[in-house]
Design a protein around this ligand. Structure first.
Ligand SMILES: Cc1cc2nc3c(=O)[nH]c(=O)nc-3n(C[C@H](O)[C@H](O)[C@H](O)COP(=O)(O)OP(=O)(O)OC[C@H]3O[C@@H](n4cnc5c(N)ncnc54)[C@H](O)[C@@H]3O)c2cc1C
Length: 458
């Protein structure tokens, strides 16, 4: 069994000073959770309001999903745009999609303001497809995007694909027919089962390092308005009409607003002024899935890529839950040496009770073997060599029931807000969530959105 060793956490500063909450205090806004959601929320509140912000982190900065992900910056929804329209209607789905696409600009804003120079490569990413079902799912998403007036993603299908004639004629303008070799070249594989390919903009970033840089910037820019408390687990949140009291070990922090940026797996109690316990309803909103990844280093002689490989395995159409591996290649600095890091994510494993997930649990050998088998079969030009996986890591993805992140006020008590419900694509939605929460905290009335916390739950 291998340990949980993430390449992203390995790049963080080991000597960064950290502080606990060591006395009772107060802040206008208390944010629980110092992952990319909590840190982005802090950034936009500090930038766009005059409020004071305290971030409380149970463990260390960015050591949750933010430090254990694949680090791909992408703006699609895992359920696909067609499903989003089915759930929310075209207008709201389009606004939600555009909001996440606009978060590319928000990341740039954070990057610029903090004068960061950490790597953030952007390029065209690809997804390789084998079956007509997979192709039709993406064509249907593209058709829904076109109908809503959104840009469509580029779809290429091999001229040798046996299912070409089965694609309905009305979709002819949503894909190109190209030589099979063009697809295999772009996917960097010799596996001829890949017959089609979807391409769209992707980026790669170390989101934990990003958080570290943003925090350093916020501490310098707003010394009187921003505090990060690490090793400060929140055990209880008591909501009053216009404020909340947080129990943090033996101290309390009083705030006018509380933002849960906990990835949905908090182990604490939320009690409102009428003594109603809110949290067990809340727990039911999130299901856990553990994502496992492995990484190895190569000479830095190729460009960054992000490629997903969809297999012919069983599919669950209701959740777009396809069997696939995702691979990125990017420059990776470790000490003096710069190399390329190849990181690969495999099939996810569902958890019955996500609160039982432990970050320090070992990485099962069987999953390392299955990722290795995929690499040998699909990507590595020399399938006979032994690859040394210097990183093996896992993280928890929290899926809301509709797979859309929750961003907004708790309908029962608007002192409490949420920016959570991680899921497999959460970097841009977390950043967007941060800017939306800042608007709500500033008192703006916002249009209803797909990210709203459902009132029917209460
Ligand atoms: C294997 C894997 C691969 C992924 N790949 C991608 C990808 O390629 N692209 C993408 O966009 N997304 C990806 N994601 C999802 C993405 O990483 C998350 O959506 C994002 O990091 C969520 O950030 P967050 O701040 O909401 O959660 P987290 O980073 O988990 O932060 C939540 C924080 O809250 C803290 N906390 C919880 N309870 C308490 C408490 N009671 N008191 C104080 N603190 C508390 C936790 O310790 C944690 O640090 C992936 C996730 C995984 C697991």
């Amino acid at each position: 069994m291998a340990e949980n060793r993430s390449p992203w956490l390995s790049q963080l500063r080991a000597d960064r000073p950290s502080h606990k909450l060591d006395r009772d205090g107060d802040a206008d806004v208390a944010i629980i959770g110092a992952g990319i959601a909590g840190i982005s929320t802090a950034f936009f509140i500090l930038k766009n309001t005059e409020k004071t912000v305290a971030v409380l982190e149970r463990d260390k900065l960015a050591h949750g999903a933010t430090g254990h992900n694949a680090g791909q910056v992408v703006s699609y929804f895992e359920i696909g745009f067609a499903k989003l329209v089915e759930l929310f209607g075209q207008e709201k789905a389009k606004a939600g999609q555009l909001a996440v696409e606009d978060a590319w600009g928000l990341i740039d804003e954070m990057y610029r303001d903090a004068q960061m120079d950490i790597p953030f490569a952007r390029f065209m990413g690809h997804a390789g497809l084998m079956t007509l079902d997979q192709v039709m799912r993406h064509i249907n998403n593209n058709a829904a995007r076109a109908a809503a007036g959104l840009d469509v993603e580029r779809m290429r299908i091999a001229d040798s694909a046996p299912f070409l004639g089965e694609i309905p004629k009305e979709h002819a303008d949503l894909y190109e027919v190209v030589p099979h070799a063009e697809i295999l070249d772009a996917l960097e594989t010799k596996v001829t089962d890949y017959l089609a390919m979807l391409s769209h903009q992707k980026g790669v970033i170390n989101s934990a390092l990003f958080c570290q840089e943003v925090v350093a910037y916020l501490q310098g820019k707003y010394p009187d308005r921003f505090t990060l408390y690490e090793h400060s687990p929140v055990a209880k949140v008591i909501l009053h009409e216009e404020s909340a009291v947080l129990d943090v070990i033996e101290h309390t922090l009083t705030a006018k607003h509380v933002v849960l940026a906990t990835n949905g797996f908090e182990k604490f109690t939320i009690i409102d002024q009428n003594n109603l316990v809110l949290d067990h309803k809340f727990h039911q909103l999130i299901e856990g899935t553990v994502g496992y990844m492995s990484g190895y280093l190569e000479p830095m002689d190729k460009q960054p890529v992000a490629i997903s490989y969809f297999d012919k395995g069983e599919e669950d159409a209701s959740h777009n839950d396809e069997l696939y591996y995702y691979l990125t290649r990017r420059p990776y600095e470790q000490g003096e040496a710069s190399q390329n890091l190849i990181s690969i994510g495999g099939p996810d494993v569902d958890m019955q009770d996500s609160r039982a997930y432990r970050r320090d649990q070992d990485f099962p050998d069987s999953l390392i073997a299955s990722i290795d088998a995929f690499v040998k079969k699909t990507y590595d030009p020399d399938p006979n060599r032994a690859i040394e996986y210097v990183f093996t890591w896992h993280g928890l993805m929290g899926y809301t029931t509709n797979w859309v992140r929750l961003v907004g006020k708790e309908p029962r008590n608007p002192v409490l807000l949420y920016n959570l419900g991680c899921n497999g694509v959460g970097i841009l939605p977390s950043v967007y969530g941060g800017s939306r929460i800042a608007e709500l905290v500033a008192g703006k009335e916002l249009e209803p959105s797909i990210f709203d916390v459902p009132a029917s739950r209460s």
